[in-house]
Design a protein around this ligand. Sequence first.
Ligand code: NAP
Length: 442
Amino acid sequence: MTYKPTHSANLTNMSTDKKLILVFGATGRQGLPVIDALLAPCDDGTPTPYAVRAFTRDPSSERAQQLSNRGIECVKGSVEDFSSIQAALEGAYGVFVNTDTFAIGEQREIYANMRIFEIAKQTNTMRHYVFSGLNYALKLGAHNPEYMVDHFNSKGRFADWLQAQPSAVDDSALSWSVVNTCLYFEMLNHYLLAPLNKRTDGTYVFPSPVQDGHVALISLRDIGYFIRYTFDHRAETSAQTLDVAGELITWDDMVKTFAKVTGQPAVHKRQTFDDWWKNCTNVDSPVGDGSPTFKQIFTAFFKMWRDDVVVRDMEWIRSIHPKLQSVEDWMRENNYDGSVVESFRKAGQVDKRGVGVNIEQVIALVLCHIRRPAPDRARHARRHALLLYEFDDWKQICPHGEKDHAGLGRHRRAWRSMRRRMVNGSTFGDEGSGVAVVKCVF
Ligand SMILES: NC(=O)c1ccc[n+]([C@@H]2O[C@H](COP(=O)([O-])OP(=O)(O)OC[C@H]3O[C@@H](n4cnc5c(N)ncnc54)[C@H](OP(=O)(O)O)[C@@H]3O)[C@@H](O)[C@H]2O)c1
């Protein structure tokens, strides 16, 4: 028997004569700028052709209330309550779906997304389904179990299933599109990406386990741009996956960009996963459906970037968005100055998953404290002070430019020999130089 929806087949929101888009995850970091982009005027200044209906578990929440105050309809439901989804889709022309792996877990997210699409197919008014995806890391990484990145794989598996579904661009059928996003630039304010320490000499320390891998990042504003672009270009994006990013960047270059924008010295502190996880607390807490831990998911996540499993065609991305924000643009526009480090020093501060920063450990990222030398020994002491930094760190912050790099080989040898002898409390230099390693962490 053929399924016959009972509701009318209006393609627009009757009250405003606009195409109504139901937004899942509307109150979230991603949903809000997507709504802004959908409601923004067209490039030629004419009003947007879209209206938005926000899907939320709690229409009385502060975020939902802010949307209501903007005249946006908020409907109550859950991505796992399928009758609420059916009701919310009534009369809508399109749907934007961003589901939250960290709220429901990988397995439930896959099924929820399949049902959301099926219900959209059954809704007479629906014409365009747009999924906010993430790359299927496990498949891209030859199914290496190191890449069990739950939030990527659940969305990637679903998107593979979606490929098997019809996508028709006409006035009586539904087309689908996938926009694969990536890390938000805004996560540079989060302990996973931010500088976690500022040394006494003013150097910002960005600890990271990604080594020389390339990380894809994008501004939330540009995610909004690409979702609007997809709704605006239904025919071109039908049955297509758009892999978007603002920049595909190494952590060395990200840190150099920070130094360029802020004028502050900064180092990329390369860490092993063992050392890196010591920067955080409570990382063994379960996430989503409770099977993997935060540490397991984000170890796989950073291995995925370290190993360049996920890549981007930046030339193509810029061809459809010439005003794409780079990390430099984003830092300048948002006055990003690394001052977020101060907030990480508040003991006991944890996120909604209970994960926080290990204060003792990040303070240790200073590497060493050096007793102030006697004034007449300043030159000698400075030489030793430099040697007390890890060689790579010192090279990055070397204030004297290229001309001093001729001496790098000599310094490297001296540094290695010094490092072997360094232990907490040991002293260096000629007797009485005043240079001492009070605390030394590598
Ligand atoms: N952080 C990043 O850099 C990044 C980058 C790309 C993709 N993502 C993906 O984005 C997703 C999270 O979205 P976000 O970044 O916007 O996070 P967020 O700010 O924490 O928002 C989560 C959103 O999900 C909604 N939600 C959660 N559980 C729900 C449920 N059972 N039914 C209906 N709605 C539910 C929440 O709505 P209510 O609370 O109003 O119900 C809220 O709008 C994750 O799957 C993540 O993988 C994150």
